[in-house]
Design a binder for this molecule. Structure first.
Ligand code: AQP
Length: 328
C-alpha cells in the first residue's frame, strides 16, 4: 500500500509544554500508523536564537526522549536530530537562492520573535522558514501536522517548491499543513492572549510535560481567569476558554457536556479538577520518559538509526535537486 509521507519538527529551545503536546505530538502519534513519518528535533532551527551549549545538548535529548515516550515508535516513525543529517543545511542554501526576500518579509513569526531580540536578531532567524521548507521537501512530505502558528510557514514552503518546480522540473512534492480543529493554539496560563511557548520567560505561563504534580497544581491555580462566574466556552474570555479547552482536549468530552458538568461550580473547582486531569494525563508519558532515559544507550541507538534512515532518503532527494540545477 502506498502510504503518504508526513514530516514535522520540534525545536529544542526549552522544555516541551502542553501546547506542543496537544497541538502537535499527540496528533503525530495518533496518525503515525496511517503514514510514513519523519519527526525531527530541529536543533538547527533552535540556534536561530542564542542557546547555552550545555542546555541545548540537554534539551535535544529531552525533546527526543519525550517524542519516544509519547509513543512515536520505530515501526512507523523515523525520529532523528536535524543537524545529524547534513542535507538539511545544503538544501536550505539552494532554496535561499530561489526564494524572494519579499516572501520572508511577510512572516509573522519572524516579526514577533525579532521584536524580543531587537538588534541581536540573526540572519538565521530570518531564514528560519526556508530551513523549514528544506526539512519538509527533502522527504517528499505530503502532510505537515503542526499547530496553527506554523500554517504560514507551510504555505511558504509550498510556494518555494512551486517556484523551484517551475524553474527546474517536477522535483518537489507540494505539502499541506494539517492543523487540529481544537488544540492548534493552546494559550499561556498567565497571559491567555499569547500562545503557550517554550521560550516564554515566565515559567508559570506553561505546563511543562515533565512538571511535577505540585508544580502543575500551583501553575493552574495561578492561571488568569476573569471576574465573571459562569464556566462556559466563550472566546471573549480567553483565560477560562483556554482552561476549558485544555480540559476538553484531555478528557475528550463535548463542550456542552463539560459546561453542564461545571454548571454552578466555582473557578477554584474547575482549576482543581483540571490540574488532576493534567497530572493523570501526563503520568504515563513521564513514567515512560524516565524509564527510557534511565538507559542512555537506548535513546542514542534510536536516534542513530533514525539519522541513518533519514540521511539516506534526504541524500537521494538532494541528488535529484543538484542534478536538476546543473550542479552535478
Ligand atoms: N501553544 C501551542 N499550541 C498548540 N501548538 C503549539 N505548538 C507550539 N506551541 C503551541 C506546536 O508545537 C510544534 C513544535 O513547535 P516548535 O518547537 O517548532 O516551536 P514553536 O512553534 O515556536 O513553539 P514554542 O513551544 O513556542 O517554542 P519557542 O518558544 O522556542 O518558539 C509545532 O507544530 C507548533 O505549531
Amino acid at each position: 500500500m502506498n502510504k503518504k509521507t508526513v514530516f514535522s519538527g520540534i525545536q529544542a529551545s526549552g522544555h516541551l509544554h502542553l501546547g506542543n503536546y496537544l497541538g502537535a505530538i499527540r496528533n503525530w502519534k495518533a496518525m503515525q500508523e496511517e503514514y510514513n513519518n519523519y519527526f525531527c528535533v530541529v536543533d538547527l532551527h533552535t540556534i536561530t536564537v542564542p542557546q547555552h551549549p550545555a542546555e541545548l545538548r540537554a534539551n535535544i535529548r529531552e525533546v527526543a526522549g519525550l517524542l519516544i515516550a509519547a509513543g512515536l515508535d520505530e515501526e512507523h516513525s523515523v525520529v532523528f536530530v536535524q543537524s545529524k543529517v547534513r542535507a538539511h543545511s545544503e538544501l536550505v542554501w539552494i532554496l535561499n537562492c530561489v526564494t524572494p526576500m519579499g516572501w520572508l518579509h511577510r512572516m509573522t513569526q519572524f516579526k514577533e520573535k525579532s521584536e524580543k531580540q531587537k538588534e541581536e536578531v540573526s540572519v538565521g532567524l530570518y531564514d528560519y522558514p526556508v530551513l523549514q521548507a528544506a526539512d519538509i521537501l527533502l522527504y517528499d512530505a505530503h502532510l505537515v501536522p503542526v499547530g496553527a502558528d506554523q500554517k504560514q510557514h507551510v504555505e511558504l514552503c509550498r510556494d518555494i517548491a512551486q517556484r523551484f518546480n517551475h524553474r527546474y522540473g517536477e522535483i518537489f512534492v507540494l505539502p499541506d499543513a494539517l492543523i487540529p480543529p481544537v488544540g492548534g493554539r493552546v494559550m499561556g496560563l498567565i497571559n491567555p492572549e499569547k500562545k503557550m511557548s517554550k521560550s516564554e520567560e515566565k515559567q508559570e505561563d506553561s505546563v511543562f510535560l515533565l512538571d511535577t504534580p505540585d508544580q502543575i497544581r500551583s501553575k493552574i491555580k495561578r492561571a488568569t481567569t476573569d471576574s465573571r462566574k459562569e464556566i462556559v466556552f466563550d472566546e471573549e474570555r480567553p483565560g477560562i476558554y483556554n482552561l476549558l479547552t485544555i480540559y476538553q482536549l484531555l478528557t475528550g468530552g463535548k463542550r456542552e457536556q463539560i459546561e453542564t458538568y461545571f454548571e454552578g461550580k466555582s473557578y477554584k473547582t474547575l482549576k482543581e479538577e483540571l490540574a488532576e486531569v493534567v497530572i493523570e494525563s501526563l503520568r504515563p508519558l513521564q513514567q515512560k520518559y524516565f524509564d527510557l532515559t534511565g538507559d542512555n544507550n537506548f535513546l542514542d541507538q534510536i536516534l542513530s538509526r533514525g539519522a541513518e534512515q533519514a540521511g539516506a532518503r534526504a541524500e537521494k532527494k538532494l541528488r535529484q535537486v543538484t542534478e536538476a540545477m546543473g550542479l552535478r
